[in-house]
Design a protein around this ligand. Structure first.
Ligand SMILES: *[C@@H]1O[C@H](CO)[C@@H](O)[C@H](O)[C@H]1NC(C)=O
Ligand SMILES: *[C@@H]1O[C@H](CO)[C@@H](O)[C@H](O)[C@H]1NC(C)=O
Length: 416
């Protein structure tokens, strides 16, 4: 059975996959988080580094998470030099910083920036394999996973930005993809980080999710709030689901499950990515294989619930604890506070690029976001619409350098 058939015959499959992915986080941390690969970090992945100089840093957040950061201080042909402009790359949900490095060197944004004289930094959010550490909590402790993207806004983003700011003594250019745009936009809307950020390029921007079109997204969003009974369509899934139901902490990591699924020659993993992200125009088969070797990454169930709330409510607010009482305990108000994107400083240079085929960052939702930015200074906002692009093209597309990355660098030059 090809995956395509599996999807159409059972639309719940992918919802289950995503649910399983997020449960991996809370239910099944690997018993040995410190594999040699994990200790060595992203820089040691020779197959990806293409011979570039790469440095590893650890940054501790105010709430104790130890995050891994990578730096590419120079281009392929060296060229150190002082006062290079720092750029921080922030990945999206269910992936990590590795996704910026999966294409060949002349197609990967991080390395293109390094070759063009930028001092490039890559962030990895809490819970992903190289940032699955905490000063006191073990990942096997459910408290380790008690966070949503609110905490990425409150802690991870400031930790990474402060660190780069201090190391380089300069304001940074920011590049976010997907959830990496959400946490930047909401942070800026609270007036945070704007004093340390020179400009922000936002790829597949996500703020509103009401029009998310993937069956996957819709089903997952519903399932997370208990509206869809999980159906078991497949024996692998059945086993995993049963484990999820009882929150059995010893289930195999689901990333492995996905790998097993993809090893099956009858399963088309391109279809899987399509189902997740939309009809990408320009992915390279070798890159997708590398992607599936390295991703997906864990996130917390609570984070997926929070994203599902955004989808359901059509408004951008902090995590909803589900009752007036609990919300009052956390926020001093019966409703979670709303992030008002119209409060983003109007003179903060923004570059937004979105795709016509993107099923996670739907065109209508992006238009809703742009409506919030309609009073932004006209010379401080650039908007790019790419008809053929879907979610993954922005990171891994073979044509992205010409279509998007060159525009980003021109935008940075205008706002140095
Ligand atoms: C696809 O990726 C491989 C490995 O990086 C590379 O050799 C090849 O040129 C790429 N193809 C295209 C069309 O970019
Ligand atoms: C979890 O599942 C494993 C087998 O998959 C089983 O050996 C173990 O007893 C289960 N643990 C609990 C708490 O049910």
């Amino acid at each position: 059975m090809s995956l395509r058939i599996l999807i159409s015959s059972s639309t719940a499959l992918l919802a289950i996959l995503v649910i399983a992915l997020s449960y991996q986080a809370s239910a099944s941390p690997p018993t040995k988080p410190a594999s040699t690969e994990a200790v060595a970090g992203i820089c040691s992945a020779a197959e990806i580094m293409h011979g570039y100089k790469c440095q590893e840093y650890d940054v501790t957040t105010a709430d104790g998470y130890i995050l891994s950061l990578q730096r590419f201080p120079q281009g392929k042909n060296g060229g150190g030099g002082m006062n290079k402009q720092p750029v921080l790359l922030q990945h999206g949900v269910l992936v990590d910083g590795m996704t910026w490095l999966l294409n060949s060197a002349d197609q990967s944004l991080a390395l293109i920036l390094a070759d063009n004289g930028y001092d490039v930094w890559i962030a990895n959010t809490r819970g992903t394999r190289f940032s699955r550490r905490h000063v006191s909590l073990d990942p096997s402790n459910p408290d380790f996973w008690d966070w949503t993207w609110d905490e990425l806004v409150a802690h991870d983003l400031p930790a990474a930005i402060d660190f780069v700011f201090k190391q380089t003594g300069q304001k940074i250019h920011y590049v976010g993809h997907s959830m990496g745009t959400l946490i930047a936009l909401t942070s800026f809307s609270e007036g945070k980080q704007v004093d340390k950020v020179k400009s922000a390029a936002l790829l597949s921007p996500i703020a509103y999710l009401s029009h998310m079109t993937t069956a996957l997204g819709i089903l997952a969003a519903r399932a997370f709030v208990g509206e869809v009974r999980l159906l078991c369509m497949h024996s692998y899934l059945f086993a995993i689901l049963m484990n999820i139901h009882i929150l059995n902490r010893s289930i195999e990591p689901v990333a492995n499950f996905l790998k097993v699924l993809c090893l099956d020659p009858k399963v088309n993993c391109f279809d899987l990515i399509t189902a997740l992200t939309g009809k990408n125009c320009c992915l390279n088969t070798s890159t997708v294989e590398l992607f599936l070797k390295n991703e997906p990454q864990s996130t917390s169930t609570k984070n997926m619930v929070h994203l599902a709330q955004t989808f359901r409510n059509g408004r951008l607010a902090k995590y909803d604890y589900g009752s007036a009482n609990f919300n009052t305990q956390h926020y001093g108000d019966s409703e979670p506070p709303v992030y008002n994107l119209a409060n983003i400083p109007r003179d903060l240079p923004l570059f937004l690029s979105y795709g016509g085929q993107d099923s996670l960052s739907d065109v209508k939702d992006v238009e809703n976001l742009l409506d919030n930015l309609k009073l932004h200074d006209v010379d401080k906002i650039n908007i790019q619409y790419i008809k053929d692009f879907a979610h993954a093209d922005f990171i891994m597309g073979t044509t992205s350098k010409d279509i998007v990355y060159n525009q980003i660098m021109a935008f940075f030059k205008r706002h140095t």
